[in-house]
Design a protein around this ligand. Structure first.
Ligand code: CP
Ligand code: NVA
Length: 307
């Protein structure tokens, strides 16, 4: 594969391979450091939206492996405005070895990949957050040893994070349940794709509007912001609809006793998740965020043929 744009593009075997590599690189890093697999390699990081985790984890992933990364802010590039996406892609292909971009429209990441002769990584688009999903799968695997047969319940907006989580779960044999309010459900095409993957892996997909039904007996409860980047003008309207979908202590008690709680972050404490849950014993929010570092290393090393 030249690029890493969406979970659906990758086979279960390729994802497992990335997870194994990420686990190996994590172990190595915690034992003292990684070898310079990416010595002399550089990454350009294009951001059309803010970021903490994606920006810092990719930058550190490159440095830990002996490479370097360059941050390009929304003001600098003017992707598709100051200059066409095709021209940006072709210029950067001559300067750096790999490109990571966070964009609004998924079409824009596809366009970057089409015109780049170097690998392109999707650092979040309106359709997918594949790097997040890989770190999420890593976190679930660390907690339960596998994804096969685990029930992952997502409570909230049927957004980019929900789509990539659905696809990674259905590819790797985890059952996926989602509870979203009417009008904020998953894209039907993404669900259709998930059903195909689930059929192959032998997992189940369940969609509901009822958060209680979704979390009953689940091993993983996952939530994300009610208002994603780019939807800010809808925030008030969403805040009126989503409160029944808050992940709070009462909802967590309805899941399996061994259940863990996940959130891609940033969290809006008191909205989609309470402090009590986010900081409670079942929370895996920070190990999950830390796994972004190790997952990014695996993605870059594989795309550059360095591991
Ligand atoms: N989860 C995540 O992608 O965080 P950032 O938006 O801070 O990168
Ligand atoms: N769904 C959120 C995820 C942020 C990491 C967004 O797109 O803003």
């Amino acid at each position: 594969m030249k690029d890493f744009l969406a979970i659906a593009d990758y086979s279960a075997e390729q994802i497992q391979d990335l997870l194994e590599l990420a686990a190996r690189l994590k172990k190595e890093w915690l034992a003292g450091g990684n070898p310079p697999l990416l010595k002399g390699k550089t990454m350009a990081m294009i951001f059309q939206k803010p970021s903490l985790r994606t920006r810092v984890s990719f930058d550190m992933a490159m440095r830990h492996l002996g490479g370097d990364a360059l941050y390009l802010s929304p003001q600098e590039i003017g992707l598709g405005k100051r200059e066409s996406i095709a021209d940006v892609a072709r210029v950067l292909s001559g300067y750096v070895d790999i490109l990571m971009a966070r964009v609004f429209d998924h079409e824009h990441i596809l366009e970057l990949a089409r015109w780049s002769s170097i690998p392109v990584i999707n650092g979040l688009s309106d359709y997918n957050h594949p790097c997040q999903a890989l770190a999420d799968a890593m976190t679930i695997q660390e907690n339960f040893g596998t994804l096969k047969g685990i029930t992952v319940s997502y409570v909230g907006d049927g957004n980019n994070v929900a789509v990539s989580l659905l696809h990674i779960c259905s590819k790797l044999g985890a059952h996926f349940r989602i509870a979203s309010p009417q009008g904020y459900t998953l894209d039907p095409q993404a669900v259709e794709l998930g059903r195909r993957f689930a059929q192959e892996s032998g997992s189940e997909i369940f969609l509901t509007n009822d958060p209680h039904e979704a979390v009953k007996g689940a091993q993983v409860i996952y939530t994300d912001t009610w208002t994603s980047m780019g939807q800010e003008e809808e925030a008030r309207q969403r805040e009126a609809v989503f409160p029944p979908y808050q992940v709070n202590a009462a909802l967590v008690r309805e899941a399996a006793p061994e259940a863990i709680v996940m959130h891609c972050l940033p969290a809006h404490r008191g909205q989609e998740i309470t402090d009590e849950v986010a900081d409670g014993p079942q929370s895996r929010l920070f190990p999950q965020a830390h796994n972004r570092l190790h997952a990014q290393k695996a993605i870059v090393a594989r795309l550059l043929g360095a591991a």
